[in-house]
Write a protein that binds this ligand. Structure first.
Ligand code: G3P
Length: 225
């Protein structure tokens, strides 16, 4: 299993890389729009600092435009760029064309395991299955995770299940324990996970007890400053 970072922020990629949580990066137009720099420059910079796959999403609306844009985006870094296409009829047509040309494809905004049906003979690299965004609307996609896994196994086992839109640890764990090959996690979710209230409270209370000890006793245990 791999972790990708769902961001276009160079700062966040550099930060989380140090914790081995950036085996690749996924971007989308919203994430790119949050960066102040030119999006092409941002993607180039991401490719420079990330060792794995970098998803760059098309913004064209029809398959012809998507294919043209994909050619340009892929030229940024032939090895790392994965073309992210929407799971629409135009996106699927573009995926068929581009996968025949050996482009790496990430089909995104997958909400329904039945959407994988058309990919039996289209060799996409990743199918992004959206989890958190569904819960934003008071619904849940969790019970569909094992169904999608099974559909991929029966239909085209080469496709990697990419769990996306991860807002909390429970969504992350459901994806991980039900067979996601890759989980793309936004930096804010890692922040929440590693700023766990009980970890921080426990640490604070240990330090408070420690400070009750006389200074000279503590010093025997602590590093010399
Ligand atoms: O690929 C889609 C994913 O990046 C969406 O995430 O957080 O906008 O629901 P989010």
């Amino acid at each position: 299993m791999k972790f990708f970072l769902d961001t276009a922020s160079i700062e966040q990629i550099s930060k989380w890389k140090k914790f081995d949580l950036v085996h690749g990066v996924t971007t989308n137009p919203t994430l790119l729009s949050k960066e102040s720099s030119d999006p092409v420059k941002v993607i180039k910079e991401i490719c420079k600092i990330v060792n794995g796959d970098v998803s760059a999403q098309v913004t064209e609306r029809n398959s012809k435009g998507m294919i043209e844009q994909a050619k340009f985006l892929r030229s940024i870094d032939k090895k790392k760029i994965v073309i992210k296409l929407p799971c629409t009829l135009d996106g699927i047509q573009a995926a068929r064309f581009l996968s025949d040309k050996n482009y790496k494809i990430n089909i995104t905004l997958g909400f329904d395991p039945a959407q994988i049906s058309t990919f039996k003979n289209i060799n996409i690299s990743y199918f992004s299955f959206i989890i958190g965004r569904v819960e934003d609307f008071g619904d849940s996609n969790i019970s569909n995770i094992p169904l999608l896994k099974l559909m991929i196994k029966k239909l085209n086992p080469k496709i990697k299940f990419l769990a996306a839109s991860i807002r909390n640890s429970s969504q992350l764990l459901s994806a991980a324990t039900n067979g996601a090959d890759v989980i793309t996690v936004p930096p804010t979710t890692w922040d929440k996970i590693y700023k766990n209230k009980y970890t921080l409270d426990g640490e604070k209370s240990f330090m408070e007890s420690w400070e009750q000890l006389p200074n000279d006793v503590r010093k025997k245990y602590e590093i010399k400053k």
